[in-house]
Write a protein that binds this ligand. Sequence first.
Ligand code: P5A
Length: 436
Amino acid sequence: MRLSKYFLPILREDPADAQIASHRLMLRAAMIQQSSAGIYAWLPLGLRVLRKIEQIVREEQDRAGAIELLMPTIQSADLWRESGRYDDYGKEMLRIVDRHDRDMLYGPTNEELITDIFRRTVRSYRDLPKLLYHIQWKFRDEIRPRFGVMRGREFLMKDTYSFDLDLEGARASYNTMYLAYLRTFARLGLVSIPVRADSGAIGGDLSHEFHILAETGESDIYYDAAIEDIDLAKLTAEGADFEGTVEQLQSLYAAEAEKHDPANCPVPADRLRHAKGIEVGHIFYFGKKYSEAMKARVSGPDGKDVTVEMGSYGIGVSRLVGAIIEASHDDAGIIWPESVAPFQVGVLNLNTKDEACRAACERLYEQLTNAGVEALYDDTDERAGAKFATADLIGLPWQIRVGPRSLKAGEVEVKNRRTGETENMTPEAALNRIRG
Ligand code: P5A
């Protein structure tokens, strides 16, 4: 992408209303623009990151055997009356009346709708287990939307729903998702801590929240350092005792500060960690809460009807954009993990009037593009200093800086955004460094 043709209306000044780094940097880097309280437009740079995160989340769901579908954002109130949640949900639910005076709502979550799909289509225990998911916008009329996309009113969630014949199956589905979540967050370059949680408005009796570590996180958590050493490769290796290991993992200590009782903490002091976290995922086993109320049954092996066991599993996809920035930035701007960077490399032409610089940049840009590397080519007439600032702000993992002086020696300057290290090398070597 040529920056001169792109749409990147970055802000040179800090916006006044942003209290945390991710919100400030997302506005400055022109990733989002507020449309109304807690509701944002995703500008091109932000959308690229959102889509990358979404794709990693999708790939790990697919790998875990979940099947993607797409449910609507607008739902009928009748389904929620059946489950009993229409009144319970309160003011967080955005209620809508259509032209026929029917009560509708903008979905804050989809337990009812998926249960309705299930009961209308699945008849036999032979069709179980089933894990179904979608990645869809949700609306919750949060009393205090804040911190940009971290607590929005409209936000993108990945939500999966499991259907099983019995408790044992439900537990297996839960554990499958638990592991998929650890893998997903690791691929996003994050350390995640699964914390035993209350299940709140979703209901039920087994639940974990997944927190990622970030100094600015809103949650206060204590956990066993052993969690940081979880070896996912070993866990997923062929022949591994999957159930056993996941249950062992789940027994490792992690608790939110309110529930942490120092006197009874089972973790030795040298292994106890205290950190700030951001909740980016939440999984629930809630048994027959919805299937009973909505009569979601299949015929069992003995021909008798069985009410199915269910769970639901959420990831805050749009929240993750902010959370990743909270976990990975410095004074100059964002530092994207390679896996979600909007572009892998910025090619900076430091003197657009210099013919040699122009030719070298064009050639590099073409070679990168041909090699399948996503490059943002700064071909604008800005000063070199402004180009450096923009590149650092938007946080691409690599920068190739092409200036007249080093080019005379046949070299360009390569900067690694994370380490800050710069190195001179030939354009060919730069290409190989970035492809490697
Ligand atoms: C699980 C999937 C649920 O809604 N039903 C379907 C269950 N769980 S949850 O914990 O309420 O939400 C799941 C994740 O969504 C993110 N999230 C938000 N992100 C941005 N702004 C919000 N207002 C918001 N509310 C929830 C969180 O990451 C949460 O873990």
